[in-house]
Design a protein around this ligand. Structure first.
Ligand SMILES: Cc1ncc(COP(=O)(O)O)c(C=O)c1O
Length: 368
């Protein structure tokens, strides 16, 4: 008999990336090698000043705190004010997390949600929102317009703007309506804004902007990550800003659970949030890769939808997504099938532009 009598993993969907393996093998066999545009993982260097901050803090023998150093909390409130336009942020409105994925996956559990509670997220979404609901034993619910959800039993409402996978950006008006609706029904609204600094044809607004939240953080939390804006996916650096009561509760839980950002990563985060020039440089790299891939996909017969922000092009040839994935894999290009993000994506693919210039050029040539 298995020592794990009722494995939690049986509550979870099949890890979707395993399904892509056969196509990956096809793409790898291309004589000029694979162009992997399937995962949004950064490939450019960690900015020098961030590396220096990390190594300067390498001698960190003691336990760091979950709440972070005073310098880190100052950096988080300062960045939230400067970059998001959030007003009146104090240390009680911030909480570092160990990359945002762990937070997304464990937030419902850490909030004490369980059977009988519901967790809502967009119909097309990053799969970890559903995983988080299922890990807690709560019911996952999808929406097209959050204000049309049945509020009964709904405890957590996820927004994600800019969106993974579609790159869609919610307007200030859509955000304001969602915040108003969630507050009216006493539902915690958590806005995943990890692509906020990667707007191309839109200027994404945070839920913490005073024109959205009215200058109060009651019932709202924003999730931010340094993985994309600062090429720090390998460092696991992310944080929450918002409702002090919610963050205070999470701080207690996470202290007991030992969910601590390592001290060198805390120091690196301070350096990264204090510098905008590396973000501008990285944006320029992505902008040119995005333009090249977009033009090549369109001339190859694709239609690009949404995609006004984030690191992805949401594309379709009006055929089942796995046919498109197989077609591109034969050209040595690996992309993510839209159905990884929900059934509504069954005729789309997600193309990440997180590949080197050399690989993007190779993809453009193969699509030509
Ligand atoms: C919407 C969204 N949220 C959260 C994450 C997790 O990012 P990280 O754990 O690197 O902070 C991702 C990663 O791709 C994402 O697309």
């Amino acid at each position: 008999m298995s020592p794990v009598s009722s494995p939690v993993s049986t509550r979870l969907p099949v890890f979707p990336w395993d399904k892509l393996e056969p196509c990956k093998r096809t793409a790898v066999a291309h004589p000029d090698g694979i162009v992997d545009l399937s995962v949004g993982t950064p490939v450019d260097p960690v900015p020098e000043l961030v590396q220096r901050a990390l190594t300067s803090a390498a001698d960190s023998p003691g336990y760091p705190t979950v709440w972070g150093t005073v310098e880190l909390r100052d950096a988080l409130t300062g960045w939230g004010g400067r970059r998001l336009g959030a007003t009146g942020l104090t240390h009680h409105h911030v909480l570092p997390v160990v990359g945002s994925k762990e937070l997304v996956a464990w937030l419902p559990t850490q909030l004490g949600l369980g059977p009988g509670d519901r967790v809502a997220y967009p119909r097309l979404a990053y799969p970890t929102y559903e995983v988080g609901a299922r890990l807690a034993g709560a019911e996952p619910v999808v929406y097209d317009d959050p204000t049309e959800l049945d509020p009964a039993g709904l405890k957590l409402l996820w927004l994600n703007s800019p969106s993974n996978p579609t790159g869609r950006v919610l307007t200030q008006d859509e955000l304001t309506r969602a915040v108003g609706w969630a507050r009216e029904h006493g539902i915690l609204l958590v806005s995943d804004e990890c692509y906020l600094e990667l707007g191309w044809e839109a200027d994404p607004v945070s839920v913490l902007h005073p024109e959205v939240c009215g200058g109060s953080y009651e019932g709202i939390v924003a999730v931010h990550s340094l993985s994309k804006r600062s090429n720090l996916a390998g460092y696991r650096a992310a944080f929450l800003l918002g409702d002090s009561a919610v963050l205070g509760e999470l701080l207690q839980i996470r202290k007991h659970g030992g969910m601590i950002t390592p001290a060198p990563v805390q120091a690196a985060t301070v350096a990264a949030l204090g510098d905008d020039s590396h973000v501008t440089e990285q944006r320029a790299r992505y902008a040119s890769r995005r333009a090249a891939l977009r033009a090549a996909l369109e001339s190859h017969g694709f239609r690009i939808e949404h995609s006004e922000a984030s690191l992805y092009l949401w594309a379709t040839r009006d055929e089942p997504c796995w046919d498109t994935v197989a077609h591109l894999a034969a050209l040595g290009i690996l992309v993510a099938p839209g159905d990884f993000y929900g059934e509504a994506g069954a005729r789309h693919i997600r193309v990440a532009f997180t590949a080197t210039d050399e690989r993007v050029e190779a993809a453009v040539k193969r699509l030509g």
